[in-house]
Design a binder for this molecule. Structure first.
Ligand SMILES: Cc1cc2nc3c(=O)[nH]c(=O)nc-3n(C[C@H](O)[C@H](O)[C@H](O)COP(=O)(O)OP(=O)(O)OC[C@H]3O[C@@H](n4cnc5c(N)ncnc54)[C@H](O)[C@@H]3O)c2cc1C
Length: 403
């Protein structure tokens, strides 16, 4: 049994704290924020995409890059940065965009997602945590025949791996989700994944934290920012904070998303994580809204009905670190959502706006590894577009490394 500090209480940190505590370690869960789940996990698209897992760097995105650079696709924005880490990240991203690298990254992510699903089932059997979890199924909507035909071989590959994905016509998709009858976008075809689920990641963080404090005696330190590691002869001794004395620990798990670089910048692994900013709008659920999760592959929008709320999320902006959010990007998202569901996403008085940073590696695969620099430090970060989906699986692997 080790003394373990988990730095960052987003989905990845809370999942890590849970599995470490379940394995018998004495865990302290730390976050700079006043409660868990307020980072990238707070307002994400809620989708537990067990069968998606597609890496961001891909031949399709590479082909689309000139349009992104020319600012012709409102869903993406790149702010060029004179930062060696940004340039290295960009070159590694391009190197991951070949068809073979894309599939090797995607299949590795799918394997991790599968481990996550198993852990979620075990957790749901153990604890009664309420986070609007639902096996809602998911429809990926394709605007034209060319894109839909290109998706077919990928579905075949995933089916060969045991995933249940079905190719549907628009009419069949409308039977699965009647709200599509009012959808104003083009649909040449859809991929239906009946087993994909959804849930509120922020509620999950809060509820699971309460459970592990109660059941496993996990300690929490919220409102406390870690600023550095204290080490002796290459071995971790303690964590230093901005506003309190050090915390002695034998093991530290870095789960602080893109902010990991602020206190762990000398760990080379962490420098390969860039922030990719996304946005979401949440409105009250109303009649005629879809209950099945939807992904509009043209506009890069994800729609999810979470309890009595409806959320749309999207946009991928590679920004300078600490650039903050752009108020204009909420309008970009609202315009795109209104294009397809004008009756739902017109001006809503009770709309809530959110923006967060996806911690993205060039391969889209998270870093789950012991630090090469400091003995006792482990990294579990860089989950990109799919941190909610991958959190429990990567926590399981990380716990296997801690022993
Ligand atoms: C618009 C959008 C939509 C998304 N949709 C989905 C989806 O549908 N499905 C999916 O699987 N994933 C989705 N994601 C991705 C997913 O939300 C992220 O990958 C995931 O939340 C990352 O979790 P994390 O725990 O690594 O980081 P975070 O949730 O950001 O947690 C990191 C925590 O570390 C804390 N911290 C930072 N620095 C310090 C410090 N120095 N000391 C102490 N604490 C610190 C922060 O306060 C924060 O709470 C989406 C992301 C976005 C932005």
């Amino acid at each position: 049994m080790a003394l373990v500090a988990v730095i960052g209480a987003g989905v990845v940190g809370v999942a890590s704290a849970y599995l470490l505590a379940r394995a018998g370690h004495k865990v302290t869960l730390i976050d700079a924020a006043r409660e868990p789940g307020l980072g990238a996990s707070a307002g994400n698209a809620a989708q537990l995409s067990w069968a998606y897992g597609d890496a961001m760097a891909s031949p399709a995105l590479l082909k689309h890059l000139p349009a992104i650079v020319a600012k012709r696709d409102p869903a993406f924005r790149i702010r060029w940065q004179l930062d060696p880490d940004f340039l290295i990240w960009g070159l590694r991203f391009l190197a991951n965009s070949s068809a073979s690298r894309w599939w090797s990254n995607t299949s590795a992510i799918l394997q991790l997602a599968n481990e996550s699903r198993q852990e979620l089932e075990a957790l749901l059997a153990e604890a009664d945590i309420a986070f609007d979890y639902r096996v809602a199924g998911k429809l990926h909507l394709y605007p034209n025949r060319t894109n839909f035909s290109a998706a077919r071989p990928i579905v075949e590959r995933k089916t060969a791996l045991g995933f249940d994905q079905r190719l549907l016509t628009r009419a069949a998709a409308e039977t699965v989700e009647p709200a599509l009858k009012t959808y104003q976008g083009e649909i040449a075809g859809a991929i239906f994944t009946p087993g994909d689920a959804l849930g509120d990641a922020a509620a999950f963080c809060r509820q699971l934290t309460a459970h592990i404090v109660d059941r496993y005696g996990v300690s929490t330190l919220f409102g406390q920012r870690v600023v550095a590691f204290e080490q002796r002869q290459g071995r971790l001794r303690a964590l230093r904070f901005s506003d309190r004395g050090p915390l002695h620990t034998e093991v530290a798990i870095v789960t602080a998303g893109p902010m990991s670089r602020t206190f762990a910048a000398d760990l080379p692994e962490v420098r390969s994580i860039r922030a990719v900013r996304g946005y979401s709008l949440t409105i009250p659920f109303s009649r005629g809204a879809p209950r099945v999760s939807l992904t509009d592959t043209k506009r890069k929008l994800a729609f999810a009905a979470i309890g009595n709320r409806m959320r749309v999320a999207g946009i991928a902006d590679i920004e300078r670190p600490d650039a903050g959010f752009g108020a204009d990007r909420f309008e970009t998202l609202r315009t795109a959502a209104c294009e397809v569901f004008p009756d739902l996403f017109g001006l809503q008085e009770s709309e809530s706006c959110w923006s967060g940073e996806r911690p993205m590696t060039p391969s889209s695969r998270p870093i789950i590894a012991p630090s090469r620099r400091i003995h006792g430090v482990y990294i579990n970060a860089g989950h990109g577009m799919l941190g909610w989906t991958l959190a429990l699986g990567s926590a399981r692997r990380m716990v296997g490394m801690v022993g």
